[in-house]
Write a protein that binds this ligand. Sequence first.
Ligand code: G3P
Length: 223
Amino acid sequence: MEILLDTANLEQIKKYTSLYDITGVTSNPTIISKENTDFWPLLLEIRKIIGEKQLHVQVTTDTWEEMLKEADAIRTKLGNETYVKIPTTEQGICAMKHLKAEGANVTATAIYTAQQAMMASSVGADYVAPYFNRMNNLNVDSKKVIREISQLFQIHNKETKILAASFKNTEQVMDSLMSGAQAVTVSVDLLTTMVENAIIDFAVNGFKKDWTKIYGEKKIYEL
Ligand code: G3P
């Protein structure tokens, strides 16, 4: 199971890659634009912070030729191992095919259907990224789509992994993993929600109160 951070915010990346076992960082043009700063210095700093962890960077162009030029720049500046995120369109599939022939790491993004995932996997995409919440917004059963993709890849022995994305709550994250996604990319807000709430605090404070009744402020290593 892989957990990635869906952010380009340097402070968040620093904090959460040191707190947790994070597989890497994903971004898209919207996420990058939120930082409102120069593109390459931002991405280079992210690379510096995360070292050899995965970095997924999305192209912004529409034709396969332009996508390949952007992919080349991304891999040259940020390392060959950087995952190039390509929207799963007709042009995108063609770009993925060329990139895989060059040995690049490829993430097929903007996935709403199992057939898109099938097309991306057929050209060797390393990850497919189904958009859980955006599918829900279209009254599409996101869990069913992820289950179908998972079954499809299993039946046909595909090595492509499912990296579920686009979440508005933690239930969607868990549903993705329970439906067969090997990886999820999550905002820091949702990641925090996973382990921070009043009920957890209540339990932890209860233990503390009972401990201090007998041992005061002493820590285990001071007894
Ligand atoms: O990284 C792509 C995905 O996270 C998009 O998410 O929240 O814009 O639907 P969202």
